[in-house]
Design a protein around this ligand. Structure first.
Ligand code: HEM
Length: 166
């Protein structure tokens, strides 16, 4: 295997580990903790997103995984895309790309939550009924998107791991 393929493979697999691990970490541990903490959960999330730059970390992991995967597919599997292994990589890749799009929607939803949270904090009075309803809707959307991203990256991972052996 040439050195460029080795580097792409390292980037692809390390990126995938960070992305899939981060997605489950968010769904199983961080999101329920933020929910249980109430208003302090908002502060926790805000610190994680701005000071610790979590969205940058997870987006970089996803983009690196997807770009390296697409290049590897083009270099090693394009000609054999309709072989059992090629098709398994292709289906896994498409599922991975959809997971990437869902990840982008998570970013947009979190952004709206932080905006609304900031507005509530600034108004100096408890949130109105509409603001509470809007926040609950955003939370429930974030919960589903996080679950679907974790599930789809895991299915992509499973297909990628079995593809060389089918
Ligand atoms: C959630 C997204 C993804 C995850 C978790 C993931 C994970 C992995 C893993 C763990 C491997 C190593 C498999 C092994 O050698 O046993 C692999 C290989 C591979 N992946 Fe992905 N992958 C993802 C997305 C993609 C995408 C979007 C493509 C593009 C079609 C892709 C194409 C490939 C290819 C072609 C290989 C074989 C590399 C080689 O030639 O050695 N992957 N992937």
């Amino acid at each position: 295997m040439d050195i460029f393929s080795v580097i792409l493979r390292i980037l692809h697999i390390f990126g995938a580990v960070a992305w899939v691990g981060g997605a489950w970490m968010m769904f199983l541990f961080i999101e329920p903790t933020v929910h249980a903490l109430g208003p302090d959960g908002g502060k926790f999330m805000n610190y994680m997103a701005t000071a610790r730059r979590y969205p940058l970390y997870i987006s970089a992991a996803a983009v690196i995984t997807l770009l390296a995967g697409i290049l590897l597919f083009g270099m090693h599997w394009r000609a054999a895309w309709n072989s059992p292994g090629g098709l398994t990589f292709l289906i896994g890749g498409i599922i991975g790309i959809i997971a990437g799009a869902l990840g982008g929607m998570i970013g947009a939803t979190s952004g709206s939550m932080m905006k609304l949270g900031g507005k509530i904090a600034q108004q100096g009075k408890p949130p109105s009924a509409e603001q509470q309803t809007a926040m609950r809707a955003l939370q429930s959307r974030l919960h589903s998107l996080t679950l679907w991203t974790a599930l789809m990256t895991t299915v992509a991972l499973l297909l990628m791991v079995i593809a060389p052996h089918v």
